[in-house]
Design a protein around this ligand. Sequence first.
Ligand code: DHB
Length: 369
Amino acid sequence: ANAQTTPFKIGLILPMTGQQASTGRQIEAAVKLYIAQNGDTVAGRKIEVIVKDDVATPDVTKRLAQELVVNDKVNVLAGFGVTPAALAAAPIATQSKTPLVVMAAATSSITEASPYIVRTSFTLPQVSVAMGDWAPKNGVKSVVTLVADYGPGNDAEKFFSERFQLNGGKVVDKLRVPLRNPDFAPFLQKVRDLKPDALFVFVPSGAGAAVMKQFLERGMDKAGIRLIATGDVTDDDQLNDMGDGALGVVTSHHYSAAHPSAMNKKFVEAFQKANKNMRPNFMAMGGYDGMRVIYEALKATGGKGDGTALLEKMKGQIFESPRGQVLIDAQTRDIVQDVYLRKVEKKDGQLYNVEFDVIKAVKDPGKAK
Ligand code: DHB
């Protein structure tokens, strides 16, 4: 068959079950919404999405990526809920010259693992540095950091701490919790004893509610310890169920469902309508924009599925996203975007991350050599 008449295949590898399942659910919903809004034919090619569940387990990710490339002959690999999954698939993208669009995972170094990787999510250095600037100017002179002990947590710890200290802040201790089934209680007890002005937290999407619950149950706030975090903790997927104890928590991140642009209002409304009122989170945003990057690249190649040609057309894309203006940096293949400071507030009876400040066009600080 002529390449122009065969379907264009996207292999979407996501954690649809297990601890990271909310990431898979959010991204799959966003991908479907993008297709519903933009059509399932691009430059004459019918778009076919093949969803595979890797349970966020890198060995499984690697096998699935291999099968998708070899058996299904996908034109693009996409998804990747956690850093180890993205890293496991990277060599397959390189060997097969298949563009790999990272829609979720956020360790800085991922884009350096293959020249075929393009990222539409964010990086932890990108969002953590903003908090390292904000906190010391807002009464936080000492902190303890608490992060999930793997790539993105290590990035958050390093880039937040370095910036916070540069601004005269004191990092009293750095605590790391296991990624799998974390028990925050002993760590929070330690923080209580150390009594810093604030606790800085990074945990991956899906784990924030447990942190918030235990933080409040242990009366950390009443003991005068503030919670500051990356927006992964006040995740829009869970925030509204965290209760009023979450009010006032300040975080830094690249996307809030409450982002007050016309485009975002339309996006949130359509997403909720199509998904039984589920609120889109930053993972959904990575999936939605990832599809945009794939669609526009395919249009630009006139429907040719060739991996290297597609990759070239993904690089340098600049567009308005529901999160704000974004750019896929042609050199690093990483996303450049605005980073917001947000505070949890109640709007129409629901909890939201309300943006109150912005740092424009932030490049991943992890790449600055
Ligand atoms: C990663 C996963 C997350 O759920 C998140 O919020 C940030 C980073 C990761 O594994 O890269």
